[in-house]
Design a protein around this ligand. Structure first.
Ligand code: R5P
Length: 292
C-alpha cells in the first residue's frame, strides 16, 4: 500500500520487476544508455531531506553496479536519506584472496557503497558473512518462502560446507534430518563432490543453497544423492543466476524441481524451474515490519 507523502522508491533496471508490490510510491527516475553504452541517470524529484529506498539487483553485474552507483550519487547529492536494499549482491563470492595477485573484488563493491553514507543497507542472502568485515548490512535470508517444499522433504542437504550453516538452521527449524556433502573445485567453475555424510536411502531430499550459477554444484550434489539411493532430489536456492547453459544442464539432470526467488529477474521459462516471489517480503522490510 502506498504511503502518501511518505518514502519514495527508486529501483535500478534490474529490480523493476519487484517494484510494483513493494508498496512505496515510485520516484521519477530516468535511467538510459547513451549510444556508446554509457549509463545516464537523473532523479526527477526533489529529494532533499526525504527518506527514500533504493532497490537494486546487481546481476548481471556490469551496468547494474554502475546504475546503482550513479543512482546513489544522484540521491545523496540531492540531499536524500537513502536506505538501500540489494536483492542480489554481485561479487560476494570474491570475498578473499586465494591466489597471489587477485583483486579483493567484494571489498571494492563495499567501499563504493560506503562512500555514499547510506542510512541503512539490507541485502538478500549474501553469499558469505565475510563481507561483514567490509560493510555493515542486515542480511535477509528468505528460506521460509520455500517452506512448502521443505516440509514435503524427509531430509535437508547442504551441497558443500559453505551451505552447512544454512542447511543446519533449516533442518532444525523444520525438524528434518540433515545430510551434507564435501565439494572440491578443480577449476574456477568446475565442481566435484568428494563425499556425502548422512543417510539418504529411500528419502526425499531437499538441497538448500544461496545461489545457483552454472548449476554444477546442485547437479553434482543430486547425482551423488541419487546414486546413494535418494528417492528424489529437489533444490531450493535464493538466487537463480543461471549462467551459461545452466538451465539446459539442470533440465538434463536428475533433479525433480528447482525453486528460486526472483531476487534476480527471471529470464527463461522452464518446466523444472519454479520462481517464488520476494516482493511481499521486501515490502515488509521497507515498512519496518520484518527486519529478519
Ligand atoms: C558456493 O559456495 C555457493 O554457495 C554456490 O554453491 C555456488 O556458487 C553455486 O555455483 P554453481 O551453480 O556454479 O556451482
Amino acid at each position: 500500500m502506498e504511503r502518501p507523502g511518505g518514502e519514495l522508491l527508486f529501483c535500478t533496471s534490474s529490480a523493476k520487476h519487484l517494484a510494483r508490490r513493494i508498496g512505496l510510491k515510485a520516484g521519477r527516475l530516468v535511467l538510459r544508455r547513451f549510444s556508446d553504452g554509457e549509463v545516464y541517470c537523473r532523479v526527477e524529484e526533489d529529494v532533499r531531506g526525504r527518506s527514500v529506498w533504493v532497490v537494486a539487483s546487481t546481476q548481471p553485474p556490469g551496468d547494474n553496479v554502475l546504475e546503482l552507483a550513479f543512482l546513489l550519487d544522484s540521491l545523496t547529492r540531492g540531499g536524500a536519506e537513502v536506505n538501500l536494499l540489494i536483492t542480489y549482491f554481485a561479487y560476494a563470492r570474491q570475498d578473499r584472496v586465494v591466489k597471489e595477485g587477485e583483486a579483493l573484488s567484494s571489498k571494492v563493491i563495499c567501499d563504493m557503497l560506503k562512500r555514499f553514507q547510506l542510512n541503512q543497507i539490507f541485502v538478500v542472502h549474501i553469499h558469505s558473512s565475510r563481507i561483514r568485515k567490509f560493510l555493515s548490512y542486515r542480511d535477509i535470508v528468505p528460506t521460509d518462502l520455500f517452506s512448502p517444499v521443505i516440509r514435503r522433504a524427509d531430509i535437508v542437504a547442504a551441497p558443500d560446507k559453505g551451505a552447512l550453516g544454512l542447511a543446519t538452521g533449516v533442518s532444525e527449524r523444520y525438524g528434518k534430518a540433515l545430510a551434507y556433502m564435501e565439494k572440491s573445485r578443480p577449476g574456477a567453475e568446475e565442481v566435484e563432490m568428494v563425499r556425502l555424510v548422512g543417510e539418504v536411502e529411500g528419502r526425499r531430499v531437499v538441497v538448500v543453497d544461496d545461489m545457483i550459477s552454472t548449476g554444477g554444484t546442485v547437479i553434482k550434489a543430486s547425482e551423488l544423492l541419487m546414486d546413494s539411493g535418494a528417492k528424489e532430489v529437489s533444490v531450493v536456492a535464493t538466487h537463480g543466476v543461471f549462467s551459461g547453459n545452466a538451465v539446459e544442464d539442470l533440465e538434463r539432470s536428475r533433479i525433480k524441481a528447482v525453486y528460486v526467488t526472483n531476487s534476480i529477474r527471471p529470464h527463461r521459462e522452464s518446466k523444472l524451474l519454479k520462481t517464488v516471489d520476494l516482493s511481499k517480503l521486501l515490502a515488509r522490510v521497507v515498512s519496518g515490519e520484518s527486519r529478519a
